[in-house]
Design a protein around this ligand. Structure first.
Ligand code: PAF
Length: 288
Protein backbone atom coordinates (compact mmCIF):
# COMPACT_ATOMS: atom_id res chain seq x y z
CA UNK A 1 0.00 0.00 0.00
CA UNK A 2 1.48 3.36 -1.04
CA UNK A 3 1.67 5.90 1.78
CA UNK A 4 0.79 9.49 0.85
CA UNK A 5 2.53 12.16 2.94
CA UNK A 6 1.57 15.82 2.58
CA UNK A 7 3.43 17.53 5.42
CA UNK A 8 7.21 18.16 5.22
CA UNK A 9 7.76 17.46 8.94
CA UNK A 10 6.01 14.06 8.62
CA UNK A 11 8.12 13.29 5.54
CA UNK A 12 11.28 14.04 7.53
CA UNK A 13 10.15 11.93 10.50
CA UNK A 14 9.23 9.03 8.21
CA UNK A 15 12.59 9.19 6.43
CA UNK A 16 14.44 9.40 9.73
CA UNK A 17 12.60 6.30 10.92
CA UNK A 18 13.80 4.30 7.89
CA UNK A 19 17.32 5.73 8.01
CA UNK A 20 17.76 4.66 11.66
CA UNK A 21 16.82 1.15 10.48
CA UNK A 22 19.65 1.40 7.88
CA UNK A 23 17.17 1.43 5.00
CA UNK A 24 18.25 3.09 1.74
CA UNK A 25 15.75 5.52 0.22
CA UNK A 26 15.70 6.19 -3.52
CA UNK A 27 14.05 9.49 -4.49
CA UNK A 28 12.37 10.58 -7.74
CA UNK A 29 11.25 14.24 -7.70
CA UNK A 30 8.54 15.10 -10.26
CA UNK A 31 6.00 17.78 -11.09
CA UNK A 32 3.34 15.17 -11.89
CA UNK A 33 1.72 14.39 -15.27
CA UNK A 34 3.70 11.18 -15.05
CA UNK A 35 4.78 9.33 -18.18
CA UNK A 36 6.91 6.29 -18.90
CA UNK A 37 10.08 8.38 -18.45
CA UNK A 38 9.16 9.09 -14.80
CA UNK A 39 7.99 5.52 -14.22
CA UNK A 40 11.29 4.12 -15.49
CA UNK A 41 13.10 6.23 -12.85
CA UNK A 42 10.75 4.94 -10.15
CA UNK A 43 11.27 1.31 -11.20
CA UNK A 44 15.04 1.74 -11.16
CA UNK A 45 14.95 3.48 -7.76
CA UNK A 46 12.78 0.64 -6.44
CA UNK A 47 15.27 -1.98 -7.72
CA UNK A 48 18.32 -0.26 -6.27
CA UNK A 49 17.01 0.80 -2.82
CA UNK A 50 14.95 -0.54 0.09
CA UNK A 51 12.19 2.03 -0.50
CA UNK A 52 11.26 4.51 -3.21
CA UNK A 53 9.86 7.97 -2.50
CA UNK A 54 8.31 9.98 -5.35
CA UNK A 55 7.38 13.62 -4.93
CA UNK A 56 4.75 15.41 -6.98
CA UNK A 57 5.06 19.16 -6.58
CA UNK A 58 4.29 21.63 -9.36
CA UNK A 59 6.97 24.13 -8.36
CA UNK A 60 5.74 27.66 -9.19
CA UNK A 61 9.22 29.13 -8.65
CA UNK A 62 10.64 27.46 -11.74
CA UNK A 63 8.05 28.93 -14.13
CA UNK A 64 8.45 32.38 -15.67
CA UNK A 65 5.53 34.86 -15.74
CA UNK A 66 4.66 33.97 -19.35
CA UNK A 67 5.18 30.24 -19.03
CA UNK A 68 2.76 27.33 -18.74
CA UNK A 69 2.24 27.02 -14.94
CA UNK A 70 -1.51 27.67 -15.11
CA UNK A 71 -2.17 25.07 -17.81
CA UNK A 72 0.51 22.50 -16.91
CA UNK A 73 -1.37 19.14 -16.77
CA UNK A 74 -2.39 17.99 -13.26
CA UNK A 75 -3.88 14.47 -13.59
CA UNK A 76 -3.33 13.67 -9.92
CA UNK A 77 -5.74 10.69 -9.73
CA UNK A 78 -4.12 8.88 -12.64
CA UNK A 79 -0.63 9.79 -11.34
CA UNK A 80 -1.49 8.11 -8.02
CA UNK A 81 -2.80 5.02 -9.85
CA UNK A 82 0.37 4.80 -11.95
CA UNK A 83 2.60 5.06 -8.88
CA UNK A 84 0.55 2.45 -7.02
CA UNK A 85 0.71 0.08 -9.98
CA UNK A 86 4.52 0.00 -9.81
CA UNK A 87 4.62 -0.41 -6.03
CA UNK A 88 5.90 3.04 -5.06
CA UNK A 89 6.36 3.05 -1.28
CA UNK A 90 5.79 6.72 -0.48
CA UNK A 91 4.27 9.60 -2.43
CA UNK A 92 5.24 12.99 -1.04
CA UNK A 93 2.51 15.40 -2.16
CA UNK A 94 2.97 18.73 -0.40
CA UNK A 95 0.81 21.83 -0.85
CA UNK A 96 2.55 24.95 -2.16
CA UNK A 97 2.06 26.75 1.16
CA UNK A 98 4.01 24.01 2.97
CA UNK A 99 6.96 24.41 0.62
CA UNK A 100 6.81 28.20 0.34
CA UNK A 101 5.23 29.72 3.46
CA UNK A 102 4.54 33.47 3.22
CA UNK A 103 7.83 34.43 4.90
CA UNK A 104 9.95 32.26 2.56
CA UNK A 105 13.03 34.16 1.30
CA UNK A 106 15.98 31.80 0.74
CA UNK A 107 17.10 30.85 -2.78
CA UNK A 108 19.89 28.70 -4.16
CA UNK A 109 21.58 29.66 -7.41
CA UNK A 110 24.27 27.62 -9.12
CA UNK A 111 26.16 30.38 -10.88
CA UNK A 112 27.56 30.11 -14.37
CA UNK A 113 25.99 26.77 -15.44
CA UNK A 114 22.53 28.30 -14.91
CA UNK A 115 23.32 31.14 -17.35
CA UNK A 116 24.02 28.82 -20.31
CA UNK A 117 21.68 27.03 -22.81
CA UNK A 118 18.12 27.34 -21.37
CA UNK A 119 19.22 30.00 -18.84
CA UNK A 120 18.79 33.16 -20.99
CA UNK A 121 15.42 31.91 -22.32
CA UNK A 122 14.05 31.03 -18.87
CA UNK A 123 15.31 33.65 -16.40
CA UNK A 124 15.10 32.41 -12.80
CA UNK A 125 14.13 28.88 -13.87
CA UNK A 126 17.20 27.07 -12.55
CA UNK A 127 17.16 29.01 -9.26
CA UNK A 128 13.60 27.73 -8.85
CA UNK A 129 14.74 24.18 -9.63
CA UNK A 130 17.78 24.14 -7.32
CA UNK A 131 15.88 25.81 -4.48
CA UNK A 132 13.07 23.26 -4.57
CA UNK A 133 15.34 20.24 -5.11
CA UNK A 134 17.51 21.30 -2.15
CA UNK A 135 14.38 21.65 0.01
CA UNK A 136 13.01 18.29 -1.14
CA UNK A 137 16.35 16.60 -0.40
CA UNK A 138 16.25 18.07 3.12
CA UNK A 139 12.74 16.67 3.58
CA UNK A 140 13.21 13.22 2.02
CA UNK A 141 16.89 12.68 2.98
CA UNK A 142 17.39 9.97 0.33
CA UNK A 143 20.55 7.95 -0.30
CA UNK A 144 20.06 8.22 -4.05
CA UNK A 145 18.44 10.82 -6.30
CA UNK A 146 17.22 9.68 -9.74
CA UNK A 147 17.20 12.27 -12.56
CA UNK A 148 16.63 11.91 -16.31
CA UNK A 149 19.26 12.93 -18.85
CA UNK A 150 16.64 14.56 -21.02
CA UNK A 151 17.02 17.61 -18.77
CA UNK A 152 20.79 17.44 -19.11
CA UNK A 153 21.46 21.00 -17.92
CA UNK A 154 19.21 20.50 -14.88
CA UNK A 155 21.08 17.28 -14.05
CA UNK A 156 24.47 19.02 -14.32
CA UNK A 157 23.32 21.97 -12.18
CA UNK A 158 21.87 19.71 -9.47
CA UNK A 159 25.12 17.67 -9.45
CA UNK A 160 27.08 20.92 -8.94
CA UNK A 161 24.74 22.03 -6.13
CA UNK A 162 25.02 18.67 -4.35
CA UNK A 163 28.80 18.82 -4.55
CA UNK A 164 29.12 22.50 -3.60
CA UNK A 165 26.74 22.23 -0.64
CA UNK A 166 27.99 18.81 0.56
CA UNK A 167 24.51 17.32 0.33
CA UNK A 168 24.87 13.62 1.21
CA UNK A 169 23.11 12.03 -1.75
CA UNK A 170 24.30 10.03 -4.74
CA UNK A 171 22.95 11.27 -8.06
CA UNK A 172 21.93 8.57 -10.52
CA UNK A 173 21.58 9.91 -14.09
CA UNK A 174 19.08 7.87 -16.12
CA UNK A 175 18.85 7.62 -19.89
CA UNK A 176 16.18 9.49 -21.83
CA UNK A 177 13.05 7.44 -22.52
CA UNK A 178 11.64 8.02 -26.00
CA UNK A 179 8.41 7.40 -27.87
CA UNK A 180 8.58 4.79 -30.67
CA UNK A 181 9.38 7.53 -33.21
CA UNK A 182 12.20 8.91 -31.04
CA UNK A 183 10.51 11.94 -29.47
CA UNK A 184 11.84 12.33 -25.92
CA UNK A 185 9.03 11.75 -23.40
CA UNK A 186 7.89 14.94 -21.69
CA UNK A 187 4.74 16.06 -19.92
CA UNK A 188 4.69 18.99 -22.35
CA UNK A 189 4.31 16.69 -25.41
CA UNK A 190 0.59 16.61 -24.60
CA UNK A 191 0.36 20.28 -25.71
CA UNK A 192 1.28 19.32 -29.31
CA UNK A 193 -1.50 19.23 -31.90
CA UNK A 194 -1.31 16.22 -34.24
CA UNK A 195 0.63 17.98 -37.05
CA UNK A 196 2.97 19.53 -34.47
CA UNK A 197 3.51 16.12 -32.87
CA UNK A 198 4.57 14.74 -36.26
CA UNK A 199 6.95 17.60 -36.91
CA UNK A 200 8.52 17.22 -33.43
CA UNK A 201 10.09 13.95 -34.61
CA UNK A 202 12.62 16.02 -36.58
CA UNK A 203 14.48 16.70 -33.29
CA UNK A 204 15.42 13.06 -32.66
CA UNK A 205 16.03 12.45 -36.37
CA UNK A 206 18.45 15.38 -36.47
CA UNK A 207 20.29 14.47 -33.27
CA UNK A 208 20.68 10.80 -34.13
CA UNK A 209 21.63 11.44 -37.78
CA UNK A 210 24.32 13.94 -36.73
CA UNK A 211 25.61 11.78 -33.88
CA UNK A 212 26.21 8.97 -36.37
CA UNK A 213 27.80 11.39 -38.83
CA UNK A 214 30.22 12.60 -36.15
CA UNK A 215 31.21 9.10 -35.05
CA UNK A 216 31.41 7.46 -38.47
CA UNK A 217 32.39 10.18 -40.93
CA UNK A 218 34.24 12.52 -38.58
CA UNK A 219 32.72 15.57 -40.30
CA UNK A 220 34.18 18.80 -38.85
CA UNK A 221 32.39 20.40 -35.92
CA UNK A 222 31.32 23.61 -37.74
CA UNK A 223 29.77 21.60 -40.59
CA UNK A 224 27.72 19.52 -38.16
CA UNK A 225 26.50 22.68 -36.40
CA UNK A 226 25.42 24.18 -39.74
CA UNK A 227 23.71 20.94 -40.76
CA UNK A 228 21.86 20.79 -37.44
CA UNK A 229 20.30 24.23 -37.89
CA UNK A 230 19.55 23.49 -41.57
CA UNK A 231 17.71 20.23 -40.78
CA UNK A 232 15.64 21.86 -38.02
CA UNK A 233 14.83 24.98 -40.06
CA UNK A 234 13.58 22.75 -42.89
CA UNK A 235 10.67 21.76 -40.67
CA UNK A 236 8.01 24.43 -41.36
CA UNK A 237 6.20 24.14 -37.99
CA UNK A 238 9.33 25.01 -36.01
CA UNK A 239 8.82 28.67 -35.13
CA UNK A 240 11.92 29.45 -33.12
CA UNK A 241 15.21 27.67 -32.51
CA UNK A 242 16.50 28.91 -29.15
CA UNK A 243 19.74 26.95 -29.37
CA UNK A 244 21.01 24.02 -31.39
CA UNK A 245 24.69 23.25 -31.32
CA UNK A 246 27.55 21.19 -29.88
CA UNK A 247 28.63 21.88 -26.30
CA UNK A 248 31.16 20.83 -23.72
CA UNK A 249 29.17 18.40 -21.52
CA UNK A 250 30.88 19.68 -18.35
CA UNK A 251 30.92 23.47 -18.85
CA UNK A 252 28.06 23.78 -21.39
CA UNK A 253 30.24 26.13 -23.48
CA UNK A 254 29.71 25.89 -27.22
CA UNK A 255 32.51 23.92 -28.91
CA UNK A 256 34.47 24.87 -32.04
CA UNK A 257 36.25 21.54 -32.05
CA UNK A 258 35.11 18.18 -30.75
CA UNK A 259 36.15 16.87 -27.39
CA UNK A 260 36.24 13.18 -26.54
CA UNK A 261 32.71 13.53 -25.15
CA UNK A 262 30.35 16.06 -26.75
CA UNK A 263 26.84 17.25 -26.01
CA UNK A 264 24.46 17.90 -28.91
CA UNK A 265 21.62 19.97 -27.45
CA UNK A 266 18.52 21.64 -28.86
CA UNK A 267 15.73 23.88 -27.55
CA UNK A 268 13.01 25.04 -29.91
CA UNK A 269 9.39 26.01 -30.14
CA UNK A 270 6.71 24.27 -32.19
CA UNK A 271 3.62 26.46 -31.93
CA UNK A 272 3.58 27.54 -28.28
CA UNK A 273 5.27 24.37 -27.07
CA UNK A 274 8.91 24.56 -26.00
CA UNK A 275 10.79 21.29 -26.49
CA UNK A 276 14.33 20.33 -25.47
CA UNK A 277 16.43 17.30 -26.27
CA UNK A 278 20.07 16.26 -26.30
CA UNK A 279 22.48 13.47 -27.11
CA UNK A 280 25.93 12.68 -25.77
CA UNK A 281 28.39 11.72 -28.51
CA UNK A 282 31.68 10.07 -27.68
CA UNK A 283 34.40 9.96 -30.28
CA UNK A 284 37.65 8.05 -30.07
CA UNK A 285 39.81 10.49 -31.91
CA UNK A 286 39.39 14.23 -31.76
CA UNK A 287 38.77 15.86 -35.14
CA UNK A 288 39.88 19.46 -35.54
O1 PAF B 1 12.41 17.90 -13.80
C1 PAF B 1 11.43 18.22 -13.10
O2 PAF B 1 10.35 17.63 -13.21
C2 PAF B 1 11.58 19.35 -12.10
O3 PAF B 1 12.43 20.33 -12.58
C3 PAF B 1 11.99 18.88 -10.71
C4 PAF B 1 13.38 18.24 -10.70
C5 PAF B 1 10.98 17.87 -10.17
C6 PAF B 1 12.03 20.08 -9.74
O4 PAF B 1 10.78 20.68 -9.64
Amino acid sequence: MMEIIRIPRIMQETSRHYITKSKKLGFVPTMGALHEGHLSLVRRAKDENDLVVVSIFLNPKQFGANEDLSYYPKPIESDIEKLQSINTDILFLPETSFIYPTNFCTYITVQNLSDKLCGPFRPGHFTGVTTVVCKLLNMVMPSRLYLGQKDYQQLLIIKRMVEDLNIPVEIIPCRTIREKDGLAMSSRNSYLKSKERLSATVIYKTLSYLSNLIVEKKIPCHEVKGKMKEMLLNEPLIEEIQYASIYDPETLDELDNYKKVNLLAVALKIGNTRLIDNMIVEINSVVV
